[in-house]
Design a binder for this molecule. Structure first.
Ligand code: NAD
Ligand code: UDP
Ligand code: UDP
Length: 343
């Protein structure tokens, strides 16, 4: 028994073995707000494997401990339950500010809270960055372009947002978040990076997320009706999460300070996308048009010239491959929730 205990105390658990060892000089203390969410948890994985110290701050509104549980107990990892609307005092070198609900049903659920998170929360993050002289990356969104009148959308386009519509709490919240970043950069010399993220999908999306990728895959897996909102002629361009994470890390380490679009420029109509999912999942689901969403952006596709030029970045994962991995993930999740119900 003594032998066994000693070996437990000295051996590295298998799940941690791929983590690199970085010496003190190269190892950064990195804060990820919203790090227990879908995108944040994948970013945690990459930065942990690179050997950095990662501190996640999350209020678990849409995020889950389960997304980062494989790091609990690792000496480089820390998980803090905290709402970013309240001040936060810690010592760090870099901040990825991802805390904010991201799917329309979630950000519309409590619009006032969405605005507070994106304004007061961002002020706290920038105030923290100012005090400890940390570099900050803000997760902005293609929603700053609203229902765009320019196609595809370059970063120089100022957007077309309804300031009092149902999406305004998120769109305008993110626009203020960007404005705050450049105000702190100018006035307080905070180093800021702004990523305008386009529709992203992959494993660890929440089952009740309500976004189109998870809705269509779950409907197809459950042999339910696939619900297309409106006539299905509206378009989106879908990026796989590992491509986004590569882009975020490249942007943080670059010297480029203007906003950068991160997205996959391959564009689909939502009607076509429903067909793609139905075919890839298989099964008897029928596709049906339902009520259109108010203020739904009609066309969306990123112009990624900037990211190509300044970050040497472009997406690598084709839709079919990304969807395969995502469908496998949701299949597993469904089996898991069935097991829970049985027991
Ligand atoms: P998500 O909902 O999975 O993650 C957001 C995380 O932030 C969750 O863990 C949530 O609990 C946390 N959070 C929310 N409010 C908070 C608060 N007040 N204090 C602390 N934590 C809080 O969403 P995601 O898809 O991972 O999005 C991450 C970021 O990327 C968001 O800022 C979102 O606006 C942005 N973004 C995402 C997409 C996309 O397609 N996924 C597109 C554009 C922008
Ligand atoms: N703040 C924080 N952590 C810090 C430093 C500041 O949460 O380490 C918060 C602080 O509470 C304030 C906000 O960030 O509400 C903005 O800080 P700033 O220094 O810009 O403004 P001030 O404190 O002068 O109002
Ligand atoms: N959508 C749909 N059915 C769904 C969910 C979404 O047709 O079950 C449509 C939605 O109207 C929008 C597109 O799919 O045109 C993308 O919606 P999502 O909520 O994923 O993200 P958005 O880009 O609108 O933030």
């Amino acid at each position: 028994l003594e032998e066994q205990i000693r070996s437990l105390q000295t051996s590295t658990p298998r799940k941690y073995q791929k983590v690199k060892y970085l010496n003190y000089k190269n190892r950064k203390r990195i804060l990820i707000t919203g790090g227990a969410g879908f995108v944040g948890s994948h970013l945690v994985d990459d930065l942990m494997v690179q050997g950095h110290e990662v501190i996640v701050v999350d209020n678990f509104f849409t995020g889950r401990k389960r997304n980062v549980e494989h790091w609990l107990g690792h000496e480089n990892f820390e998980l803090i339950h905290h709402d970013i609307v309240n001040p936060l005092f810690i010592e760090i070198d870099e901040i990825y500010h991802l805390a904010s609900p991201a799917s329309p049903p979630h950000y519309m659920y409590n619009p006032v809270k969405t605005i507070k998170t994106n304004t007061m929360g961002t002020i706290n993050v920038l105030g923290l960055a100012k005090r400890v002289m940390a570099k900050v990356l803000i997760a902005s969104t293609s929603e700053v372009y609203g229902d765009p009148t320019v196609h595809p959308q370059p970063e120089t386009y100022w957007g077309h947002v309804n300031p009092i519509g149902p999406r305004a709490c998120y769109d305008e919240g993110k626009r203020v978040s960007e404005t705050l970043s450049y105000a702190y950069a100018k006035q307080e010399k905070v180093q800021v990076r702004v990523a305008r993220i386009f529709n992203t999908y992959g494993p660890r999306m929440h089952m009740n997320d309500g976004r189109v990728v998870s809705n269509f895959i779950l409907q197809a897996l459950r042999n339910e009706t696939i619900t297309v909102y409106g006539n299905g002629k509206q378009t989106r361009s879908f990026q796989y999460v590992s491509d986004l994470v590569d882009g975020l890390i490249a942007l943080m380490s670059s010297n480029y300070t203007q906003p950068v679009n991160l997205g996959n420029p391959v564009e689909q109509t939502i009607g076509e996308f429903a067909q793609i999912i139905k075919k890839q999942v298989g099964g008897p689901s029928v596709i049906r048009q339902t009520k259109a969403m108010e203020d739904d952006p009609q066309r969306r596709k990123p112009d990624i010239t900037r990211a190509r030029q300044y970050l040497q970045w472009e997406p690598k994962v084709p839709l079919e491959t990304g969807l395969q991995r995502t469908i496998a993930y949701f299949r597993n999740e469904l089996a898991r929730s069935d097991r829970f119900q049985e027991s």
